[in-house]
Ligand binder design. Structure first.
Ligand SMILES: Nc1nc2c(ncn2[C@@H]2O[C@H](COP(=O)(O)OP(=O)(O)O)[C@@H](O)[C@H]2O)c(=O)[nH]1
Ligand SMILES: [Mg+2]
Length: 455
């Protein structure tokens, strides 16, 4: 049995660092740790929550390292079991040797995510909370991490459980009608069933739609930089990324392929695409670049339309302005160091947001970053309410949504209460799978396969 084994693993990355932590968890965590640890007192005599300095040795007696142990007594630990954490020197060689000593002393090597899996099995966290742990570790922006933290705190679990309890009530009322068909009192009008299903479905759908937005935030929010050749698009890209990734020249038509950079602005990661200047051209290669630029504009969450503010816009630029001003576009009026011509007074007012900058001197870039953060926003995402964070959850909630819709349709077309009851059960079962209340070992194993060893 899994619970009988005491597991150990290195929980910090195997690279030189200030400290490296080895975790031991299980019913023999203290006695196994005592076989390699020598301090003022044995670990098994320490109270939960205490720290003790000491030395660790291989079973042969060979000295390994100086450490501080942290002691957690069941159930007050991450896993819910007795746990010891050795804070060692952050040396991969010593960490491996210390782990070896613990394994020789009777511990088993922990599998991927096994500490968190035990926490799940011991009721310290739920499945969606466990999934959030891996999302917190893998988050590439503060925004993704904070979304994951809301699920870690149980926001998604509570929300889904609320749906489950409403559906369970409904199922109860339906089965009362089935079981006591003659008692008018228990009869629930089908219209009421329908209206309850419809409003629940609206809530479920809106939660379901958080998946796409969350995915975008996790992967990076796509921004396309567009504009005429030589407006300064590549310079804006470089100013935002703080690198010289895009080639900047005074030769129009330099950038042809799309150049992508992952750039952190504020709490978010953006995937910024620098594109070919949009213009009519006879050059075959540039033509393809222009086509790609137009596609990138269409697929972007946000467009930065870079305009050379030092000269009045030409016909092609006016066309671009007309095309983009009502889309999610920030007018970036560049080359402020050369003076901005008066034509842009009117143009800037046509956009919902604009920035006057000089990509050359850096003037206005900070303000542009602020505007990008505001414009990209996370509308529709109320992090406190939890989000659908991965494919597994998305699949479950989609099945629940379909079952709800099917139930409402069946009720409208006069299906029997027996049929409605079965369909409601189907929705409940998809949601209990989502929360993990009813999830197979295979599902749980799949979740933990995404973890690293030591967590
Ligand atoms: N004076 C001035 N020149 C700039 C500014 N931004 C870009 N340039 C110049 O404009 C030319 C075209 O810049 P580039 O970034 O390659 O434009 P792109 O074709 O739109 O990518 C280059 O010579 C840049 O040095 C700016 O803010 N001020
Ligand atoms: Mg360019």
């Amino acid at each position: 049995m899994l619970e009988n084994k005491t597991i150990a693993a290195i929980s910090t990355p195997l690279a030189a660092g200030g400290i490296g932590v080895i975790r031991v968890s299980g019913k023999d965590a203290f006695s196994i740790s005592d076989k390699i640890f020598k301090g003022k007192k044995p670990i098994s005599e320490l109270s939960g929550g205490s720290l003790l300095y000491g030395k660790i040795y291989a079973l042969s007696g060979e000295f390994i390292d100086e450490v501080v142990v942290s002691v957690f007594k069941s159930p007050k630990s991450y896993t819910g079991e007795d746990t010891v954490e050795f804070s060692c020197h952050g040396s991969p060689i010593l960490l491996k040797k210390a782990l070896r000593a613990l394994l020789d002393a009777g511990a088993s090597l922990a599998g991927k995510g096994e500490f968190t899996k035990r926490a799940l099995l011991n009721g310290k966290l739920t499945l969606t909370e466990a999934e959030a742990v891996i999302d917190i570790i893998n988050a590439e922006s503060y925004l993704s991490a904070s979304l994951a933290f809301s699920n870690r705190g149980g926001a998604l679990f509570r929300r889904i459980n609320g749906y489950i309890s409403r559906l369970t009530d409904l199922a109860g009322e339906i089965s009362a009608v089935i079981d006591f068909p003659d008692e008018d009192l228990t009869d629930i009008p089908k219209e009421e069933i329908i209206s309850r299903l419809v409003s629940l479905n609206e809530e479920v759908s809106s939660l379901r739609s958080t998946f796409d937005k969350g995915e975008m935030i996790r992967r990076g929010i796509p921004i396309t930089i567009a504009g005429r050749p030589n407006a300064g698009k590549s310079s804006v890209m470089n100013a935002l990324s703080g690198t010289d990734k895009s080639i900047v020249t005074d030769i129009p038509g330099t950038t042809r392929d799309i150049i992508e950079s992952h750039i952190t602005i504020g709490d978010s990661v953006f995937i910024v695409s620098d594109t070919a200047g949009i213009r009519d051209t006879e050059n075959a290669v540039e033509k393809i670049g222009v086509q790609k630029a137009k596609e990138a504009v269409d697929s972007a969450e946000l467009v930065l339309l870079v305009l050379d503010g030092s000269v009045p816009p030409d016909k092609e630029e006016l066309d671009l302005i007309k095309e983009l001003k009502d889309k999610k576009t920030i007018a970036v009026i560049n080359k402020s160091d050369c003076g901005i011509v008066s034509e842009y007074d009117k143009i800037k007012s046509e956009f919902s947001s604009y920035a006057i900058i000089s990509a050359k001197t850096g003037e206005g870039i900070e303000n542009l970053e602020k505007i990008i953060t505001e414009a990209s926003g996370i509308e529709g995402l109320d992090a406190d309410k939890g989000i659908i964070a991965n494919e597994r959850q998305y699949d479950c909630i989609t099945r629940a949504k379909l079952a709800l819709e099917e139930t409402a349709t069946a009720a409208m077309s006069g299906a029997s209460f027996d049929v409605l009851g079965l369909l409601v059960e189907e929705a409940i079962s998809a949601l209990t799978e989502l929360t993990g209340e009813v999830a197979s070992d295979k599902i749980i194993d799949n979740v933990f396969s995404r973890f690293c060893v030591g967590k």
